[in-house]
Design a protein around this ligand. Sequence first.
Ligand SMILES: Nc1ncnc2c1ncn2[C@@H]1O[C@H](COP(=O)(O)OP(=O)(O)OP(=O)(O)O)[C@@H](O)[C@H]1O
Ligand SMILES: [Mg+2]
Length: 297
Amino acid sequence: MTQDGETTMSDSVPEPSATTSTAIIETDALGKRYGNIIALADVTTSVRPGQVTCVLGDNGAGKSTFIKILAGAHEHSDGRLTVDGVERHFASPREALALGIATVYQDLAVVPLMPVWRNFFLGSEPTKGWGPLRRMDVDFMRRTTKSELAAMGIDLRDVDQPIGTLSGGERQCVAIARAVYFGARVLILDEPTAALGVKQSGVVLRYIARARDRGLGVVFITHNPHHAYPVGDRFMLLRRGRSMGDFPKSEISLHELTARMAGGTELEALSHELAAELGSDSEVAKTLESEVKELRT
Ligand SMILES: Nc1ncnc2c1ncn2[C@@H]1O[C@H](COP(=O)(O)OP(=O)(O)OP(=O)(O)O)[C@@H](O)[C@H]1O
Ligand SMILES: [Mg+2]
């Protein structure tokens, strides 16, 4: 696909017909510069209640930069960011959180040796009693953690076990359930499946779908189109800090998404280069050539 083709497609996307609900977050030509480094440019997409917006891109594509702007950790330097139709410039994560935008970072900030329920309420512990008798309401925390996890379909044997003993996938799920409980309307997940095996990734994808079904707008960052496609409603592609388009699911197939992610043109150039270097019947060049062919079909 030519550069022109890509531009035309992304231009045709923001049709209201493709979506029914009003957006919670909208970005219009959003960008971020660090000095004269352009980390992000021209990102136009939306996050809607009950929908999953996937942000796809390779290492250094600008995915984290994008969500840091949504989460209030970095201020954008170009374009517009609106939440519920109001233009915003977040100066801190607190401001984003106050509007119901919660972020689960990949290096989940948990205290591994503390029980699951303690981590669930970390920083927002409910108390009971007054004055010198005031203390944490441990019973409430235990009960609530158990019931909230159950409501998300997470069946933990024991909420008293240290959170460090849970699998990576389970920990992601606890973080998702926690954000839902504390009233998030938008849930941002930075590569929640990156470090997980096939089965655990499946579990996390299921909870992403659950959060979506509960009406949250989910922003799902990943570099894996096979993780994004089954749960995504909208796909925004980043390459070297630039948006390569924003597509509702009806306008892009898994095959096309994969091809665009892989950067068909770049692969082709690499395959020619290798063929010239190693001879066109070398194994490596042949494999690559057939991969390029497959991407093109
Ligand atoms: N504070 C900063 N100062 C200067 N450049 C930065 C800063 N933060 C990010 N960048 C640059 O912006 C670009 C995008 O980085 P970003 O972390 O958003 O990518 P990413 O898509 O999240 O990558 P990864 O998949 O590796 O997490 C990179 O080239 C990076 O070097
Ligand atoms: Mg990142």
